[in-house]
Design a protein around this ligand. Structure first.
Ligand SMILES: NC(=O)CC[C@H](N)C(=O)O
Length: 374
């Protein structure tokens, strides 16, 4: 079946339908990871986005029921050069196409993804439409122009959990798969805000001796403090951090009362709570090979990333926070630490799912901070 991807600026690509038939809009972005497509599909931070994979063949090791970062795919649409119909891996349970169909995801294959990515890099990320229903490029371009962008929208409330819950799963191991961690043996109580949280962050915490209570994004500071946490975690999540006033307020109230660690959207929200501002990057950082300088250690980490917004270094108050990490590709802010209170955050993904494990030490840093303030 024919499918068309059209961008708001009129550029369009004709390909073949993958996943279910239908029509979806979203911001068209690209991810340069060569593997990890299942973790990318299920990362709630992609809610509202149409994700293009730059690696030319996706689906070659299939899909299994373990490599998931949340209960289901959250992205708006998926774009690949070629979806492998014959996966080969002992863990594979189904093809990418079957998985997309089961989860009601509209996708397109067989387009020149390299040309699409070069176009996005030149013009900047923009809204697009994938459709199998309407294949008239002009009409699709109009639909893309009319679709809402990411700026100014609260997408977190569409992916956050409805009620608090405990998380007991530990990290995956080839021999044992996922093991359940005994919460009675935990040394630290952590409250994790769910702005669209990735499970591997939670697994990294439980595996380091944390009893984790995941709470909805709108949970107030007083309710969090009632749980007597040793630390509060601010998760990744979709969309623009600026309109999330209610969360920024909560973080301001928690600062100085409990150690705080934030990742990605959590980093952006901590920065805003400390007086900083964020802005939209031209086309974002999404992939598993982003070089980051750790200024404190004078070491380079190769990091996993997925973000379209960034903290504006010029807006950070030098007497309140210090920039600890920079991106070596474009010098954007990749990490901050509070100068007075126990609170730090990074723009990238130390949970690395998918991606390199260079930054796993940040979870140990959070544990050490909680131990120090116990
Ligand atoms: N992975 C994330 O938490 C992404 C943060 C934010 N939605 C951004 O795009 O910048």
């Amino acid at each position: 079946m024919k499918a068309v991807l059209a961008l708001a600026d009129g550029k369009y690509f004709v390909g073949t339908s993958l996943g279910v038939a239908g029509e979806v809009t979203g911001e068209v972005v690209f991810n340069t990871s060569m593997t990890g497509y299942q973790e990318i599909l299920t990362d709630p931070s992609y809610h509202g986005e149409i994700v293009t994979m730059t690696y030319p063949q996706i689906g070659n090791y299939g899909i299994n029921d373990e490599d998931v970062e949340s209960s289901k795919p959250h992205l708006s649409g998926f774009v690949v050069r070629e979806a492998c119909p014959f996966p080969s891996n002992f863990r594979s349970q189904m093809t990418l196409d079957t998985y997309l169909k089961q989860n009601n995801i509209v996708a397109i294959e067989g387009i020149d993804t390299r040309a699409l990515v070069r176009h996005i890099r030149t013009t900047g990320a923009q809204t697009g439409v994938i459709s199998t229903i309407d294949t008239d490029p002009h009409s699709l371009t109009k639909k893309a122009q009319a679709a809402p962008g990411l700026v100014g929208r609260d997408l977190v409330r569409e992916v956050t959990c409805d009620a608090p819950y405990q998380f007991h799963q530990g990290l995956w191991d080839l021999a044992t798969g996922y093991t359940e961690v005994d919460p009675a043996a935990a040394q630290y109580q952590v409250v994790a805000f769910d702005f669209g949280i990735k499970r591997n962050i939670l697994r990294n915490l439980t595996s380091r001796g944390c009893k984790v209570t995941v709470v909805p994004a709108a949970t107030r500071a007083a309710e969090v403090l009632k749980l007597h946490p040793d630390g509060v975690f601010l998760s990744n999540g979709p969309g623009d951090p600026e309109p999330l006033y209610y969360v920024q307020e909560t973080i301001r109230e928690l600062l100085g009362k409990v150690p705080i660690f934030g990742i990605c959207l959590g980093h952006q929200l901590l920065s805003i709570a400390c007086g900083g501002q964020t802005y939209k990057l031209k086309f974002g950082h999404r992939g598993g090979n982003q070089p980051v300088l750790n200024c404190q250690r004078q070491q380079v980490e190769i990091t996993s990333q997925n973000h379209g917004f960034a903290v504006d270094a010029r807006t950070l108050k030098a007497d309140m926070v210090k920039v600890t990490h920079f991106n070596l590709n474009d010098q954007t802010v990749e990490g901050i630490t509070h100068l007075e209170y126990p609170a730090f955050s990074v723009q990238y993904h130390p949970e690395a799912s998918p991606g390199p494990h260079d930054a796993a030490y940040l979870f140990d840093q959070f544990i050490a901070m909680m131990q120090e303030h116990k």
